[in-house]
Write a protein that binds this ligand. Structure first.
Ligand code: XMP
Length: 507
């Protein structure tokens, strides 16, 4: 089925992922590709093309430029920053280094009527980040907007639907950015009918077609990405899919049961391996965080390896790779590299023909939406990120069965109190067990028990994070319940550090 799509040609700019987002927010499907041949572009049959920003100069000997034939396809083209300069250059205009580079928020003014700026305020703020600029528009183009240092901040050949903007409409600081994308989608004549339900139906059909009667294996972590990928595959190949869920005993309270329950509703082979004791014995006496991580990762692979050998010849391996992973790893890199990124080193040893990544074009919130569409329960769909080594890196020092139980119970109470308070904006929140014991008093007796640390962070990229301000009454309720209900804990601390200098996890 032909799907209406806008093609984003990637020239390496740092905001390119956002361009795809902005298009999809308009219910139009969108793909980002690098250096496509005209043959491939024609095959994709885009309703419109966006040329992105990039770090190069159009005059550099190795600069990537759009093929000139692209402008004969008869589809609207929007050039952004470097993409705008590349359009000017390829179509016979002139680009030169700007006397003054513009970075950041910049006053911008439209100077003539334009479909691209329909409904846009005459003066507004845009986000600029460039050293070169367009100094002469190609024939038949008119300048449609200016800034103090950029007489051609936007230009267009309206008859051919070619538009170019020197600024970055995809960045939130460009106040009218969303409107500009919406206008471009209209210029492309898009019907705006891309919905998650159509993605799900199309993907299942494509997977059926590709895999036929082949055997598929999925390493299921219970996280949202691998869960949604597994359910998509189960709808496509049913019992030919085997999901291997390794419970390393370091999951959150009731998590293993929730995952097993959720997957009991789908037509697939679900193998749960309860390997908790095995992991604990490997971790016995180990206190170094890196060694703990390595042992957990290695053991996970060994368990998975044993199960997959029993299953026998597997044709395909499912990975829950999502679009940010693909873009961050560099478009066009091999899927095997990402399998390491996602499942912590899986698996050179499984004899499979190919890796299947049904979510590789979706953003995280789209993956969640697909999960809802597929009928996965909300506890799985809206799950916060949870590290592969699990509670093993939320227990400082040696991991024992008793400590796992302590941190599971404290964490469940904390999450329950946060949920009851209706706090929804946290990127991640959890309890960790410090390796510290201190003196307390309970009843009339002295205690010498563990301190639990509570953490909650705000972040969008998880590379940096700030500690969230949790209302005091919520913290104090959680703390009271933890010391009263979790035997072995007599003190609760709140972690106020940001990342850096701390990290989100404790180890
Ligand atoms: P840190 O502690 O490095 O965590 O600030 C950043 C984000 O990464 C998650 N994390 C992991 N996820 N395997 C994973 O799948 C891991 O080994 C791992 N270590 C940390 C962490 O939960 C946070 O979201």
């Amino acid at each position: 089925m032909a799907r209406e799509m806008i093609l984003v040609l990637d020239f390496g700019g740092q905001y390119n992922q956002l361009i795809a987002r902005r298009v999809r927010e308009n219910n139009v499907y969108c793909e980002v590709h690098t250096a496509l041949s005209m043959e491939k572009i024609r095959k994709l049959n885009p309703a419109g093309i966006i040329l992105t920003g990039g770090p190069q100069s159009v005059y550099a000997s190795d600069s990537l430029l759009p093929p000139v034939e692209l402008f004969s396809l008869g589809v609207p083209v929007l050039g952004i920053c470097y993409g705008a300069q590349a359009m000017a250059h390829v179509l016979g205009g002139e680009v030169k280094p700007a006397t003054v580079s513009e970075y950041g928020r910049t006053e911008f003014e439209t100077v003539s009527a334009s479909e691209l700026f329909k409904g846009v305020e005459k003066s507004s703020v845009v986000w600029m980040s460039h050293t070169d600029r367009i100094t002469a528009a190609p024939d038949n183009f008119t300048a449609t907007a200016t800034t103090a240092n950029c007489p051609i901040a936007a230009m267009e050949d309206a008859a051919k639907n070619f538009y170019a903007v020197q600024f970055h409409p995809e960045v939130v600081h460009t106040v009218e950015g969303k409107k500009i994308f919406s206008n471009f989608v209209d210029i492309c004549g898009c019907k705006r009918d891309w919905k998650m339900s159509s993605f799900v139906v199309d993907t299942i059909a494509q997977l059926k077609n590709k895999i036929g009667g082949g055997k598929v294996l999925c390493a299921l972590s219970g996280g949202v990405d691998s869960s949604v990928a597994a359910v998509l595959l189960s709808k496509a190949v049913g019992k030919n899919l085997t999901c291997v869920f390794v419970d390393h005993g370091l999951l959150r309270k009731n998590e293993a049961a929730q995952v097993a329950e959720a997957f009991s509703h789908f037509d697939l082979n679900f193998i749960q391996v309860d390997a908790g004791e095995r992991f604990l014995s490997k971790l016995s006496g180990i206190v170094d965080p890196e060694r703990k991580r390595k042992i957990i990762g290695e053991e996970f692979i060994r368990v998975f390896e044993e199960v997959s050998k029993k299953i026998g010849a597997v044709d395909y391996l499912v990975q829950g790779t999502i679009y940010p992973d693909v873009i961050e790893s560099g478009l066009g890199k091999s899927a095997v590299i990402k399998s390491h990124h996602n499942v912590g080193g899986l698996p050179d040893f499984v004899d499979f023909k190919e890796i299947v990544e049904p979510l590789r074009l979706l953003f995280k919130d789209e993956v969640r939406e697909a999960g809802r569409e597929l009928g996965l329960p909300e506890e799985i769909v809206s799950r916060q990120p949870f590290p592969g080594p699990g509670l093993g890196i939320r227990i400082i020092g040696e991991v024992t069965a008793e400590k796992v139980k302590l941190v599971q119970d404290a964490d469940a109470i904390y999450r329950e109190e946060i949920d009851k308070a209706g706090i929804k904006h946290l990127a991640q929140y959890f309890a960790a067990l410090t390796n510290m014991r201190s003196v307390g008093v309970m009843g009339d007796g002295r205690t010498y028990d563990f301190a639990i640390a509570l953490r909650a962070v705000l972040t969008s990229d998880f590379m940096t994070a700030e500690a969230a301000q949790i209302p005091w009454d919520v913290l104090s309720r959680a703390a009271n319940r933890i010391v009263n209900e979790v035997k072995g804990v007599n003190r609760v601390l709140y972690d106020c550090t940001s990342k850096p200098p701390a990290t989100i996890e404790f180890e």
